[in-house]
Design a protein around this ligand. Structure first.
Ligand code: G1P
Length: 298
């Protein structure tokens, strides 16, 4: 089993301004919880025991969120607010949290490199802090990735999902060859290609399993034309060195919810709100009524 995960949360979230001016995009709520709480709950449910957040300036609320707040607990306990106290149960998640800062915004590869000493000689999961897998993060993809990584002695396993061709320019895109043992071997990976250049429509979905070799690759990379070190380029180097790099397709019920821009943030929020056990039904009725009224007016 892989026990450690690196969660990069250092990005500026500029595509979500002004909402992200002074708060991390990973702390924006999706229905009841901040995005990063779903990510952490998913990781812990997949056997992860220690998590390193790679943060930046303005990210201290993430640290506060996973810390206990004795004052708040005292007020709720004194007021006998058991239901509200239950909302803080996630504070008891069985995981150790570590924090380090990426001092300059030099790309995802550079952010992951900040976890080199944390990972040491052990394999590690990288989970992007702005991506939730499946409604309420009920995904076991990370466990399947870890299993595949060990069984096939891979150097890297990447979670992938199909996207429409017009969207490939937003993602890392992989070229895969099915192996005789049913695995999907990645031959080539390209960061944000044009629709014409994309080798497929299989996109990298924000979860990776790596052997420590990835750090050697990142350390050999030169910044791209935007001055960034791309994680995708480091994975491409693993492919070129003949290392075993495998793709793990997400199941339909664990599709990736991306919070990187407003349209997908809105969609994610509404889907999760509709799935809320307490308020989902009422919200659905209100939404149908509102949409019905708008349609009648048009
Ligand atoms: C990053 C990765 C990209 C991946 C995407 C979604 O891009 O570089 O390969 O497909 O996350 O998981 P970003 O969204 O940070 O630009």
């Amino acid at each position: 089993m892989i026990r450690s995960a690196i969660v990069p949360v250092a990005g500026h979230g500029t595509r979500l301004l002004p909402a992200t001016k002074s708060q991390p995009k990973e702390m924006l709520p999706v229905a009841r919880k901040p995005i990063v709480q779903y990510v952490v709950e998913e990781l812990v449910a997949n056997g992860i025991e220690q998590i390193l957040f790679v943060t930046g300036r303005n990210k201290s609320s993430i640290e506060n969120h996973f810390d206990t707040d004795p004052e708040l607990t005292r007020v709720l306990t004194e007021g006998n607010k058991k239901d509200l106290l239950a909302e803080l149960d996630f504070e008891d998640l069985e995981a150790h949290f570590f924090y380090t800062r990426q001092r300059f915004q030099k790309g995802l590869g550079d952010a992951v490199r900040c976890g080199e000493n944390f990972a040491g000689e052990q394999p590690v999961i990288v989970a992007l802090g702005d991506s939730i897998l499946g409604i309420n993060a009920q995904s076991k993809a990370v466990s399947r990735m870890a299993q595949l990584f060990e069984e096939k002695r891979a150097s890297c396993v990447v979670a992938v999902e199909e996207v429409p061709r017009e969207d490939v320019r937003h993602y890392g895109i992989v070229d895969v060859v099915p192996g005789p043992d049913g695995t999907l071997r990645i031959n080539r990976i390209v960061e944000k290609p044009s629709a014409e250049e994309a080798p497929s429509t299989l996109a990298v979905a924000g979860r990776y399993a790596f052997s420590p070799l990835i750090f050697d690759m990142i350390n050999r990379l030169k910044p791209d034309k935007r001055g960034e070190i791309q994680l995708t380029d480091a994975i491409q180097m693993l492919c070129e060195e003949g290392k075993r790099v495998l793709a793990l397709p997400l199941r339909e019920d664990e599709r990736r919810y991306d919070i990187g821009n407003f349209p997908s943030y809105f969609e994610t929020f509404v889907e999760f709100a509709l799935a809320d056990p307490q308020y989902g039904d009422g919200f659905r009725k209100w939404l149908e009524k509102t949409i019905g009224k708008k349609a009648a007016k048009a």
